[in-house]
Write a protein that binds this ligand. Structure first.
Ligand code: 8YV
Length: 316
């Protein structure tokens, strides 16, 4: 195949070397320098682009699709669809694929965060590192994790895997989901506030669909209460972040374990300073295993589409 025959792919956002190397060997890749000006970034190549790579946090907007008239498929590095205009993609006949190979790691991270906050693991680590062990007297006690009441907001793939893990810690599990899961035995609550009121740990596992914001608000945090721990491995904008800051600083809740924030990578100063909060840089799916599987999933989707006309993990 000559260079002229090669399918051309727009690379939107940063992608991992393994993906770029594998796809670069078969396709002509064009880096999109400005996601706000896809047409301008690609120049004449925009007219020839048939495939794309993007990520959930950048997504694929209608203007991006408009800039790429021959676009057939976009492979996202992740599972979130909130920044991808699926309706418009369907109208245009553009296939969007995700990487549904990361859920276990995200569920594990939710457990880690909950246990870290309640048992003061990171706080204990800080205590040792700054030389407080000994001269600082005894460190503050944590609270038991096992056997407590867990509330899961959103009983999707991650919520289900989390419930399995929490069951092994003898937890009583309840959930709230506007779409009840008939195959799930755990108690379904009528609202997030009801769930929070009867939970020691409240886990946000909901998908951050378009227009969804502030599912967790001041009322829900007040219902969780001063011994409750809030964990977010979903999306930062699904929480009223000001209310969350207020709740951890004033002791309305006992603490929070957060992998995601409203305006990443900006983490409010008050959360960074709070001793009852553990903050992570959006790494719930960032294991070697998941990242390799995600890379491979993107590669397989693009290859398969241009070889056979079908994608491996398309969004239905
Ligand atoms: C990734 C995510 O860390 O899948 C998602 O929607 O948010 C995360 O798993 C992210 O896509 C990497 O950029």
């Amino acid at each position: 195949m000559t260079a002229r025959d090669r399918v051309e792919i727009a690379v939107i956002g940063n992608h991992r070397p393994a993906v770029l190397e594998a796809l670069g060997a078969e396709f002509t890749l064009h880096e999109v320098e400005s996601v706000d000006d896809v047409a301008g970034s690609l120049g004449a190549a925009a007219e020839r682009i048939r495939g794309g790579l993007s990520s959930p946090m950048i997504g694929l907007s209608a203007p991006m699709m408009d800039a790429l008239p021959k676009l057939e498929i976009v492979a996202l590095f992740g599972v979130g669809l909130e920044r991808t205009d699926l309706t418009y993609a369907r109208e245009r006949g553009i296939v969007v694929t995700t990487t549904p190979v990361l859920y276990e790691d995200v569920a594990d991270t939710a457990v880690v965060l909950a246990m870290d906050v309640s048992r003061r693991i990171t706080a204990g680590d800080r205590w040792v590192r700054v030389g407080h062990w000994g001269p600082g007297g005894p460190p503050a006690s944590g609270r038991r994790f096992s056997g407590k009441r867990a509330g899961i907001l959103g009983m999707g793939r991650i919520g289900r895997l989390l419930a399995q893990r929490l069951a092994a810690f003898d937890m009583t599990i309840g959930y709230y989901d506007p779409r009840p899961a008939p195959d799930v035995d755990h108690r379904l609550y009528s609202s997030g506030v009801e769930l929070a009121r009867e939970s020691d740990f409240l886990f946000l596992c909901a998908a951050g669909g378009p227009g969804q914001r502030d599912l967790v608000d001041a009322e829900m945090l007040a219902a969780l209460g001063p011994e409750g721990v809030f964990v977010n491995i979903a999306r930062g904008w699904l929480v009223d972040e000001k209310a969350l800051v207020d709740a951890v600083v004033t002791g309305t809740i006992g603490g929070a374990g957060l992998d995601v924030f409203a305006d990443e990578p900006n983490v409010p100063q008050a959360l960074r300073e709070a001793d009852n909060v553990v903050v992570l840089p959006h790494i719930a799916s960032n294991t070697v295993e998941s990242r390799h599987a995600m890379d491979q999933c993107m590669i397989d989707n693009i290859r398969s589409w241009f070889a056979t006309g079908t994608a491996v993990t398309p969004v239905p």
